[in-house]
Design a protein around this ligand. Sequence first.
Ligand code: PEP
Length: 246
Amino acid sequence: MEPMKLIAGNWKMNGLKASVAELETLVAASVPAGVELLLCPPATLVAGFAAKATGSAVRIGAQDCHRLPSGAHTGDISAEMLADAGATHIIVGHSERRADHGETDEIVRHKAEAARRAGCVAILCVGETLAEREAGRTLAVIAAQLEGSVPPGAKAETLIIAYEPVWAIGTGLTPTAAQVAEVHAAIAGQIGKGIRILYGGSVKPGNAAELMAIPHVDGALVGGASLKAADFLAIAEAAAGAGAGA
Ligand code: PEP
């Protein structure tokens, strides 16, 4: 039996208290069978959204965490704080954080370990740049990122991988189905243990069915198209139609 498809939304630095209207639409909707919905709003909204989503099929996650549980780190937020606010998942190693904040594989590994320590599932992002793909280095780059950032002893209950080609994020470009299949098969071969692998990068209602039907694609990490509940739900419907839980 295939695992449930996870459709996870990453709102990035978007969303104010008024954006709860989108969450309310998600909470009121019926989530298609075989699909799990997760929304990762900015940290300011995690507690409020988690309270609003209580008892529904929508879970709330966060976009980043500090590696330590507490301490003198002004402006940072720990995994324990996010769990306390109601987060069940924490994205770590997103390419925007690797680029904007110089996060290395080692830092990302510490963050994934912090998420596990706090009782959250880490969604660990890997992906190649366009230059790396054009140089034929995609599989080597991703293998090295996994080698350096996946915590020892990681299990399906505590870790999800998101393959996000950097050149596909927010650009409207997507890899071919064959390119996605090649990378997901390589990731599954390297980490195994039933750890789910999401695809991320310009997933939209119009391309989700094709992407979600690719072998070893266990769901999607969705940026722009997660900001509107209608689009996010359409992606979840497409994932269900693509054989979720079959
Ligand atoms: C992302 O940043 O995780 C992402 C997949 O963004 P988008 O869907 O907008 O390409």
